[in-house]
Design a binder for this molecule. Structure first.
Ligand code: 5GP
Ligand code: ZN
Length: 107
């Protein structure tokens, strides 16, 4: 989608510190990390908010995959504990309206 920063990152129009990529999902470091590890797991498909997800198998699998990729990154980094967070809506602190899962940890 035009003017969406995460679509631009997914399309490589904007640089990011890439952590993971497959056909559907990309993961990169947050530009303003809240902890030692702060990775964003992002579908390439433009979905503005979690509340916009469709009730279909495709979106169910997509969101499930986002969690499994976060788990794999945490495992690879041997993180002891970590937070996985979706902010949904402006009042909850969502500033980028293209869904993303935050993986946050101090190790
Ligand atoms: P939200 O508050 O929408 O859940 O989180 C958006 C996150 O995206 C923030 O933590 C913010 O630091 C990060 N962010 C915003 N713009 C960019 C960018 O251009 N590149 C990267 N890597 N992260 C960004
Ligand atoms: Zn987008």
């Amino acid at each position: 989608m035009e003017d969406c920063i995460f679509c631009k990152i997914a399309n490589k129009d904007i640089d990011s510190e890439l952590i993971y990529e497959d056909d559907e999902i990309i993961a990169f470091n947050d530009i303003h990390p809240q902890a030692k590890h702060h990775v964003l797991i992002v579908p390439k498909k433009h979905i503005p908010k979690i509340s916009d997800l469709n009730e279909n198998e495709q979106d169910e699998i997509l969101v499930g995959k986002m969690f499994l990729i976060a788990r794999d990154i945490a495992k690879e980094r041997e993180l002891d504990g970590y937070k996985l967070q979706f902010n949904v809506g402006e009042s909850a602190g969502q500033i980028i309206f293209h869904i993303h899962l935050h993986l946050i940890s101090n190790g």
